[in-house]
Design a protein around this ligand. Structure first.
Ligand code: NDP
Length: 336
């Protein structure tokens, strides 16, 4: 059983040296347990937070422990009354080939044509996009919605749902290929490259009526460009701040806190953070039913970036924080 553990805590951007590949014997399940084979492992930005021991909403991974993460897994052998050999489940096995589970936190996936979707459009990222946009963003037809990391797991769905609600959608992504795909494949009205020298001007030109909903995935320079364009009564679901995850200290001044607070006050802006399962877990069934029907009808498209081999997980994860992924990042550990 290959396992990738947290060897040391990163200072700044994670490196390969923060991870260690270990081998252990595959355990056998005892009464009340199942043995799971990981097929797909989800790699997500929140894992950067769990590598750090700074105080946060969830406990860090301990040094020497297997890196955590959601998996689509197959039951290899079962001593559990609710699970049969061969069943496909959504599990939290982490970065390893096999895991023992007592059934807590497992959910059955039945027979899915594309099981990896349980980690993407039909799983945590899709649910995040759906709740953040609809419950906090409250988009109305005709409004302008802006979302960054627009080709990624969450952002791609935010834009497509907002489009279904009749909004004008401006995506922000890194590079020409991602921007082209966001417009041509996902149907956003326009997509701006945040790495362009004149990004601020391009964003302003793309939002002639200002911004009503800004779905915050990145923070940093993107938020600086968005702030002056916000309309009165704009809503900002604060989902993630990936531009800051590797920071070791607050960025250099000037101090813009006063500008931010004044904008919120004078424009009556609502900004609200959320942690998806903590805040909205009870609404997962509603989301699942709606998203399944949108996917089936082809109204929502979902791009995956599948990397082959557990041993590739550290490099793929490091790349996620640099924008190297193109779509939902998933490691295929074994074939389904
Ligand atoms: P993505 O698939 O979107 O991948 C991350 C992307 O972030 C990269 O591909 C890159 O895209 C972009 N990015 C990285 N650094 C920067 C930067 N400095 N400036 C601008 N863009 C950057 O990841 P997810 O969809 O899984 O996650 C998106 C956000 O949602 C993250 O912030 C994540 O933490 C958050 N999240 C929050 C949840 C919650 O419960 N609150 C739940 C799930 C996710 P590009 O090349 O286009 O710049």
């Amino acid at each position: 059983n290959r396992q990738i553990t947290l060897h040391s805590r990163p200072v700044g951007a994670p490196t390969a040296a923060n991870f260690e590949l270990k081998q252990s014997a595959v355990a056998s399940p005892v009464a009340g347990q199942v043995l799971l084979r990981s097929l797909y492992l989800s790699l997500d930005p929140y894992m950067r937070g769990r590598m750090s021991d700074a105080k946060s909403y969830a406990a860090p991974v301990a040094l020497g422990e297997v890196m955590l993460g959601a998996t689509v897994s197959r039951v290899v052998s079962s001593q559990h009354p609710d699970y049969a050999e061969g069943e496909l489940v959504l599990a939290y096995s982490g970065w390893q080939d096999y895991a023992i589970s007592d059934g807590v936190g497992l959910s059955k996936l039945g027979s899915m044509a594309r099981p990896s979707l349980a980690l993407g459009a039909l799983g945590m990222p899709g649910f995040t996009a759906y709740m953040g946009l609809l419950d906090i963003g409250l988009p109305k037809a005709g409004e302008t919605v802006v979302v960054a990391a627009a080709s990624g797991a969450v952002g791609s769905i935010v834009g497509q749902i907002a489009k279904l609600k009749g909004c004008y959608i401006v995506g922000i992504a890194g590079g020409a290929d991602k921007c082209r795909s966001v417009v041509e494949e996902l149907g956003f009205d326009v997509c701006i490259d945040h790495r362009s020298a004149d990004f601020k001007q391009q964003l302003a030109a793309a939002c002639p009526k200002g911004i009503d909903v800004y779905f915050e995935n990145v923070g940093g320079a993107v938020f600086d460009a968005v702030l002056p364009l916000l309309n009165a009564a704009a809503r900002i679901p604060v989902c993630g701040l990936i531009a800051n995850y590797n920071d070791t200290a607050l960025p250099e001044g000037p101090d813009r806190l006063g500008l931010l607070a004044r904008t919120i006050l004078t424009k009556r802006i609502k900004m609200q953070g959320f942690i998806i399962f903590d805040d909205y877990g009870h609404r997962y069934p509603e989301f699942f039913a709606q998203m399944s029907s949108w996917l089936q009808a082809g109204q929502i498209k979902f791009r995956e970036d599948i990397v082959a081999g557990l041993e590739q997980a550290p490099q793929a994860f490091i790349g996620l924080l640099e924008g190297k992924n193109f779509g939902k990042l998933i490691v295929q550990i074994a074939s389904d």
